[in-house]
Design a binder for this molecule. Structure first.
Ligand SMILES: [Zn+2]
Ligand SMILES: [Zn+2]
Length: 439
């Protein structure tokens, strides 16, 4: 394809290869967790200005958006990258103070989103397109540091605990027709595999309240909150036989405070847990059983349990037609061996929320090793994860918006959104509640 528009996109991205990989490595070396990504956001905005874009900053605290208009009416595509790291203090590059580390590889997402912006924002390319493209650096995909985010919520800085949910609440997706993002894939194969679906998730903070007493001298005067929590976890485990395979239910509690002093009967025990499943119905079914189990633990021991429920993420349903357009771009770049499909994932993402509103594509770039969310995670193929992944996003956007955006319009028209934005926001709000039960 010499001198074709697509080859111009590819060549322009290759000409900025050092800068694009440089910024991705810089972010890799300076991880910041969700709603704290100030340095990362500044890097993104500066780079955008350097290539002639006009970014808006501080959206949902740290988000950055630059919109490019073709001047012709048509659909609006969002190409996204996530700003935040995880916290895994054992990683070799973990921030010594915060423990933040890029063990989900979101740094390469920023690189490939910016690569796509470099490839697409050339006047002779935009001349062939209709509609507009927004390049979005989104905060806080990882659902962590819940206490910190609850404090942000209480001070009115956010309402929801994840970045894309906040973008939706703030209206940043109101006029967006299609969303795309490329995540790292912890596999060393040279593939860019479009995803299928993800589990959704509900988050709970739980507190068992008992009565302290001398643990050796007078345990009969106490009410052991740790025993109540223990029983509740066992009851949750005994519910597992009722979960159906196709629902991919995952429930994983941790105890965040197990007691104050070993010589005192634990009177204040706290837990956090995620309840994940492949559909909202299955999430709600599992949630009912978890709440029963928590109450059963409290009842058996005579403790009180306080259950705070927060909306997590919606299950994702990624768009098959959009995946096909993306596959074509990958085939052009890497040949048939580069194309693939990521099967259902039992992890969760706020891209799931987006996917219930507009046609959404999330692909996975190989070129990483070690388990994600672990101390061993490494990026091994920066060219694939930043440059090729960025080219694939740019070529997909080009194909969608060229020729009066015919292919894009068809995908948008055929899409039956499970939720309108107001319905989605009210559903999310309904998940939030606190229940108290005294056993
Ligand atoms: Zn992650
Ligand atoms: Zn991730």
């Amino acid at each position: 394809m010499p001198n074709s528009p697509k080859s111009k996109i590819v060549a322009r991205i290759d000409s900025r290869a050092d800068d694009l990989i440089g910024i991705s490595r810089d972010i890799w070396n300076h991880p910041e967790s969700g709603f704290r990504e100030k340095r990362t956001a500044t890097l993104v905005a500066d780079f955008m200005r350097q290539i002639g874009l006009a970014p808006r900053e501080n959206i949902a605290i740290t988000g950055v958006i630059a919109k490019v208009n073709t001047g012709r009416p048509g659909p609006h595509i969002a190409i996204m990258g996530e700003l935040d790291s995880l916290i895994v203090p054992e990683h070799r590059l973990a921030d010594p103070e915060t423990g933040a580390a890029h063990v989900c590889g979101h740094n390469i997402q920023i690189g490939n989103m910016l690569a796509a912006s470099v490839g697409l924002s050339q006047p002779e390319i935009l001349d062939m397109l209709s509609g507009s493209i927004s390049f979005m650096a989104v905060p806080a995909e990882e659902f962590i540091e819940i206490e910190y985010r609850e404090a942000l919520r209480e001070s009115g800085k956010i309402e929801f605990l994840a970045g894309k949910q906040e973008f939706i609440r703030l209206g940043e997706l109101d006029d967006v027709d299609i969303a795309m993002l490329t995540h790292a894939d912890p596999s060393e194969r040279k593939t860019l595999r479009a995803g299928t679906s993800h589990n959704g998730m509900i988050a709970k903070s739980v507190r068992f309240i008992g009565r302290s007493a001398h643990a050796g001298g007078a345990p009969h005067l106490g009410i052991n909150a740790l025993n109540a929590a223990n029983l509740a976890m066992h009851a949750i485990a005994l519910q597992r036989e009722t979960f159906q395979d196709d629902d991919h239910v995952r429930i994983h509690p941790i105890i965040t405070r197990g007691g104050a002093a070993v010589s005192s009967v634990p009177a204040n025990v706290t837990m956090e847990m995620f309840i994940r499943a492949a559909s909202v119905e299955a999430m709600k079914d599992a949630e009912v059983k978890v709440d029963q189990a928590l109450r059963a633990g409290a009842m058996a021991i005579g403790a009180t349990v306080e259950i705070s429920t927060s909306p997590g993420y919606m299950p994702s349903k990624l768009n098959p037609e959009l995946n096909s357009v993306y596959d074509e771009a990958v085939r052009d770049l890497l040949g048939e061996s580069g194309v693939g499909r990521m099967p259902h994932r039992t992890s969760s993402t706020d891209m799931g929320d987006v996917s219930l509103l507009i046609p959404t594509m999330q692909s996975y770039a190989g070129g990483a090793s070690g388990r994600t969310h672990s101390n061993e995670f490494e990026i091994t193929d920066w060219d694939l994860d930043v440059l090729e992944a960025g080219k694939a996003l740019a070529l997909t956007a080009f194909e969608l918006l060229t020729q009066d955006a015919q292919r894009c319009r068809k995908i948008v028209n055929d899409f039956k959104a499970p939720f309108t934005i107001p319905d989605y926001l009210s559903t999310l709000r309904q998940f939030r509640r606190t229940d108290v039960f005294s056993g």
